[in-house]
Structures are given as C-alpha cells and as structure tokens.
Design a protein around this ligand. Structure first.
Ligand SMILES: Cc1cc2nc3c(=O)[nH]c(=O)nc-3n(C[C@H](O)[C@H](O)[C@H](O)COP(=O)(O)OP(=O)(O)OC[C@H]3O[C@@H](n4cnc5c(N)ncnc54)[C@H](O)[C@@H]3O)c2cc1C
Length: 334
C-alpha cells in the first residue's frame, strides 16, 4: 500500500489530501500539521475567487489552467446540495477606483467567472466612484470549508496527526511520498527564502444587510460570506507581526465605513491577522530530496499562494496530484 503524507491542514493541504484520496483510493494518506482550523491563515481569509494579477505559476498557461480548474471545482460544489455545508456560495459585487481605470479590470478573472462587465454610469453615480466593474464569482468560507474537507477526509479513512516538523527528513522512513502544503511554514521547512509574509489584518463583522462585495482603492474591501463579513485590509510585505495593530484597525474601519456608512452599525465579531504565504511564483513542483544522512524522499510541493490560496487551492492541488502520480510512476488508480 502506498503511504502518502500531506504536510499542512490549511485550505491547500486539506484540498490536496481529499483529491489524493480520489486519485489513490487504496493508499494510506496522513495529514501532519501543527495548526488546524481557526489557527491557520486560511481561516482569516474571506475566500473570494478574485485572482490578483500578480498570481502566477511557472507560466501563463499553467496559471490559467489552475484558475479554470479551481473555478470548475467550486462550481461543482455550488451546484450540489451540500454547497451550504461546504461554505461555498455565489458572490456578486464591485471593484471600484477613483484613480485608475486599469485596476478595476482583471484579465485572469474576466474569461472565467459567470459575469464580468464594466459598471453603468448609474452604478458609478450611486457609489460616487469614477471607474468600476461588476462581477459574479464564487466564495469559499474556510470556517465551513475546512471542517467540511476534514470530515470528508476522515470519512474516507484519512488519518490526521498533530505534529510540528523541523525537517521533511523526519518523514523519510514512514512515507513513500510527501505533498508539502505547509504555506508560510515552507520558508523554514524547505529553507525557501522566496516565501515572504504579506501581513493582512481584518475585522469579521455581522451586517446581514450587505449583499455585495466591494473592493475600493487602497486595499479597502468588504466581502460578505455566510455568517460574517470580512472588512479589510492591509498588505504589508515582509511584516511578521501577527498581533492586531490598533492603527491598522482604525484605518480599516474608517475606510470601510466611509465607503459604506451603514457598516457603522455592524456588530464586530473579531479582529484577525494572517501572514499570507507570498512567493513570486507559486511552487507546484516535484523534488527528490537528498539528506546528509543518505536518506531520500519524494516530495511534491504545493505552497506559496499569497493572497489567493483559497480560490486557487483546487487548481494547484489537481496539478500536485498529477505530479504525485508521475513521481510514483503510476498512471492508473491504486
Ligand atoms: C487578510 C487575508 C485575506 C485573505 N483573503 C483571501 C481571499 O479572499 N481569497 C483567497 O483565495 N485567499 C485569501 N487569502 C489568502 C489565503 O488565506 C492563503 O493563501 C491560504 O490560506 C494559504 O493556505 P495554506 O494552506 O497554504 O496555508 P495555511 O492556512 O497557513 O496552512 C499551513 C498549514 O501548514 C502547517 N505547517 C506549516 N509548517 C509546518 C511544520 N513545520 N510542521 C507541521 N505543520 C506545518 C500549518 O500548521 C498549517 O496547518 C487571504 C489572506 C489573508 C491574511
């Protein structure tokens, strides 16, 4: 029996693990991670499918395939009877700017999502904005999506182990192959200095009257999920601060309530900070690791999704599963 380890229980690890179960129904699959659920970066995310233009794989073709595969994966859930349980919903809304007509467009998103169009003059007038686009996309809320994937994984016989790894070498004796979905942890685990924290701070509030998502200039966003709305944000490159900063909180609150004054009445549920695992090129790659001890380990990396890990996880994970197949030298189901 093939023994597969998945390192990481964030959205990338759990998505990879469940897709590996589909591809290798007879394999023994174990998730190893030191943080779960609300202790992961994934839990901080709003989970909207809206790729940033800096989101990249090794080339444009691969990037587009990831994005298409991810969208199709979420649409399949959206059209099922377990969409609510999985935390997947349709999300419609606006991207606005007072400064720049280019930043409201999105060549990665436009060909994929259900609807994408320029705003009408009436819409621009309503929100007192100069440039804008409207889109209908999809959102996966990790507060529901991670427990959903965890249940699915365990029901299909997957094993979950809480453990911190100092090195992937610790897995060399017990597993045939490792899928490394350690997010920001890959910086230390793989000595990958291309992984850089991109600090994000948000409010999670209750304001059920807000139905659309909004992105406005200066990283201001209002993203309604199932049970709460995410108000953001910050995008602080190379900042390791995981504490809530009161100056950031004040700025986020002012920017969001200036744009949508009704948010002043919103109930604040919590404030949260996450270090997005930014890497200039998201790493989905095979590696045969060789250690000083003489041990070797087959590894497929799947990390470095920056601010787009929720929306892109199914796409990069489908790719990672195909690399696991290649590394194990198998085309058929085991
Ligand atoms: C404010 C904010 C808003 C965001 N909004 C969105 C959004 O709207 N849409 C979107 O798509 N993305 C969004 N993101 C980005 C998204 O949250 C991340 O890209 C995504 O969560 C990365 O997932 P991950 O599984 O790689 O990492 P994580 O969720 O951090 O999981 C990493 C896992 O690896 C484990 N691990 C790491 N190192 C080790 C080790 N040495 N030993 C054992 N286990 C280890 C951890 O314990 C954890 O289980 C947002 C992020 C932030 C901060």
């Amino acid at each position: 029996m093939v023994r597969i380890a998945v390192v990481g229980a964030g959205v990338v690890g759990l998505t990879s693990a469940t897709l590996l179960q589909e591809a290798f129904p007879k394999a023994s699959i174990t998730i190893l991670a030191d943080r779960f659920g609300e202790d992961t970066v994934s839990d901080v995310a709003a989970g909207l499918y809206r790729p940033g233009l800096q989101f990249q794989g090794q080339n444009q073709e691969i990037t587009k395939k990831w994005l298409r595969d991810a969208y199709d994966y979420y649409m399949k859930i959206l059209n099922s009877d377990y969409a609510d349980e999985a935390g997947v919903k349709r999300a419609s809304g606006y991207v606005f700017s007072m400064n720049n007509p280019k930043i409201v467009r999105n060549f990665l998103m436009e060909p994929v999502v259900e609807e994408f169009r320029m705003c009408t003059q009436e819409e621009l007038d309503q929100y007192k904005m100069k440039y804008g686009t409207y889109a209908v996309s999809v959102l996966a809320e990790c507060r529901r999506f991670l427990p959903f994937l965890t249940r699915k994984f365990e029901e299909q016989g997957g094993r979950i182990v809480k453990r911190f790894l100092n090195s992937l070498e610790e897995l060399a004796d017990d597993y045939d192959i490792v899928c490394n979905c350690s997010g920001f942890g890959a910086k230390d685990l793989c000595g990958d200095n291309l992984v850089t924290p991109m600090r994000g701070q948000v409010f999670k509030v209750r304001a059920p009257w807000v139905k659309h998502f909004y992105y406005v200039d200066y990283d201001t966003y209002i993203l309604p999920g199932f049970d709460c709305i995410t108000l953001g944000g910050t995008r602080q490159f190379d900042s390791y601060n995981t504490e809530v900063c009161k100056h950031d909180a004040q700025s986020i609150w002012e920017r969001c309530t200036n744009f949508l004054p009704s948010l002043k009445k919103a109930e604040i549920l919590k404030e949260a900070v996450g270090l997005r695992p930014y890497r200039s090129i998201v790493r989905v790659e095979k590696e045969l690791m060789k250690f000083d001890s003489g041990k070797t380990l087959k590894v497929v990396h799947n990390y470095g999704h920056g601010g787009y890990g929720v929306m892109a996880a199914p796409g990069t994970s489908i790719h990672a599963v195909s690399l696991v197949k290649e590394m194990l030298g198998m085309q058929s189901k085991l």
